[in-house]
Design a protein. Sequence first.
Length: 292
Amino acid sequence: MIIARTIVDLKEHLYALSEGGRRSIGYVPTMGYLHEGHASLMREAKSHNDITVLSIFVNPTQFGPNEDLDRYPRDEERDLKLADECGINIVFLPAVQEMYPRPSKTSVIVSGLTDRLCGASRPGHFDGVGLVVSKLFHLIKPDRAYFGMKDAQQVAVIQQMVDDLNIDTVIVPCPTVREPDGLALSSRNVYLSAEHRAQAVVLSQSLAQAKTWIEEEATTAGSLLSLVKDRIESVPDAVIDYVELLQYPSLDPLNEHELTHKLESPVLLAMAVKFGTTRLIDNSLYHPSGGV
Ligand code: AMP
């Protein structure tokens, strides 16, 4: 496994391995502190491409001024071991100075899709994501790039960006990997106290409960949201940032009648909930066929 810390190094190794573009490149962008969720993306990339590239970069432009940039967890040695086990060929590990040698005067703003859910709670977050992902796509030129549906809004935003800018990369959404009790794996779970870790299971439990309510067509969007919020707030330290039901991938609001009839298009139930200073997100996608 090759470790490239500079753009020059990355390009040299990509050039050598890709045989003038004849070998396909699968790419997994991450911020490191890797877990089985990231590993599932790496394995998926490995099984469908000739060359697999992983990037580990805690991107400062997607963090707000009072967010956890400085304390974001890192463990390079463990990350490299997992990447190696997953068969990654090149790990790109740039320093901030390498990615941003000067402040960028170019912005990548995907409008509309980014003014709700996490975009509303974290102003500027998706501008940072759009900027760094487009820079990384230009450097790596992947045939396919793998993203987790844990960040469903991110998948919708990146897909829109790729379509709008004619970027020649297929976006492959991958299912959320969970702990045995249902908690979605996240690098940020490490922040949780034992007490909050136990309470956090309410997110996935409320999503599973919502699935039953939706399948039974027994509720309107408004009352479903109330039921889900009540369920989350039944644990002592949960503070809801948002719980929303939207069409997917447009993220347009849902017609009130859509839940009481058969679903016509996929519906996303997405939530962000704080336990102390730790903000967790989770979601579930409900398909017209009834599958999740
Ligand atoms: P991050 O390092 O948190 O920026 O995540 C990098 C990629 O891994 C993103 O595409 C995430 O959606 C994905 N990811 C994070 N957690 C999970 C999970 N539990 N299951 C599947 N993919 C995940």
